[in-house]
Design a protein around this ligand. Sequence first.
Ligand SMILES: [Zn+2]
Length: 217
Amino acid sequence: MSLSYDLHSHSSASDGCLSPTELVHYAQQQGVDVLALTDHDITSGISEAKQAADTLGLNVIAGVEISVIWRKQTLHILGLNIEPENVDLLAGLDKIRQARLWRAQEMGRRLDKAGFPGIYEAAKATANGENVTRTHFARVLIEQGHAKDMKQVFKRFIVQGKPGYVAGEWAEMAQALEWIKNAGGVSVIAHPARYKLSATKMRLMIDEFMQVGGQGI
Ligand SMILES: [Zn+2]
């Protein structure tokens, strides 16, 4: 028998639209047997997802997606099969979330100045309190008619040189890998094609990732 895996998913605990329970139900409808919940910098959705999975016979893997800086470039590293309550990991994620909060407020201030007031407050209201991400900002800007879709909203507002761009202050790659390892997890580079690295830089990145204990891509 072959099993169907999805090892990268987000719930409303970070920037997904579905609650952990809804997400697990949706995954089952789509024929997924093993689902990793990998919310951005937070593990609070995992226990709910596992509970929902138990009643459906689906297997949920505890995961997280950590934003890291590698040579001024933001990369996303997945931690799979982690202990969600590991104190080292939780302390690290907490630091990143504080940086994320600062960035969100700063994005709001810059958008205010550029003539788009109240975007941070509106984004926060859609974010269930915890993590206000660029995706939340993007949804608000689209809703208010300032852009027609995700692609356009990022291009107009959120990339480098635009009013809503603020560089993230994330963890170092090696640091994030250590948190994942201490929590018993496997570290995996998420969506490598999205970083727009040259082939040379991509090889360098993967090399360094492996040197500090990275295991998958
Ligand atoms: Zn990602």
